[in-house]
Design a protein around this ligand. Structure first.
Ligand code: HEC
Length: 147
């Protein structure tokens, strides 16, 4: 019994060590971005997707001239790099096919469609939530406006 109690408190202490190290990361999420509370609500518009998904979850890699496959997802650049632009990995499929989320390579990449080249996005990180994917799909379904 005693050893179990020790084991339990050792575990609790370990958890404290792990959780207690937020330090200067307070208010930031696992991507080093401001917590969701300070972002606009998730909605199927480009500005909401930019603030909630592209900037905080994608631009760690997809930024500027050296962005993978030329796909910079920075604010002000994401729309022209996505909408009606052929994907590099599967040129027959546009990255975003307005009105057609099921034939948009962006959707395939965030859903981890079995036919994609390379990895599911965001690469090496937790997948987007169902709500986030639904917002991306909704924006494309509605015509992928620059809104
Ligand atoms: C850790 C770096 C990293 C992050 C974060 C990341 N990507 Fe990528 N992305 C890559 C790399 C590298 C490639 C090319 C290799 C591959 O697909 O695995 C790529 C490829 C892509 C492609 C294919 C483009 C084409 O034309 O074929 C899309 C679409 C994409 N990423 C979208 C996203 C989105 C959306 C996010 C955020 C939700 C994201 N990525 C986050 C590194 C990243």
């Amino acid at each position: 019994m005693t050893s179990m109690r020790y084991a339990a408190s050792a575990l609790a202490f370990g958890a404290l060590l792990v959780c207690g190290c937020a330090g200067d990361g307070t208010g930031l999420d696992e991507y080093g971005s401001p917590l969701a509370a300070s972002r606009p609500p998730l909605a199927p518009t480009l500005s909401s997707l930019q603030a909630n998904i592209f900037t905080p979850m994608c631009t760690a890699c997809h930024t500027g001239e050296a962005a993978p496959l030329g796909l910079a997802l920075d604010a002000g650049q994401a729309w022209r790099n996505l909408v009606s632009r052929s994907s590099s990995q599967m040129p027959a499929l546009p990255r975003v096919n307005p009105g057609k989320p099921d034939s948009s390579y962006l959707v395939w990449k965030i859903e981890g469609h079995p036919a994609i080249q390379g990895g599911r996005m965001p690469l090496g990180l937790a997948p987007l939530s169902a709500e986030q994917i639904a917002a991306v799909r909704g924006w494309i379904q509605d015509g992928a406006a620059q809104n």
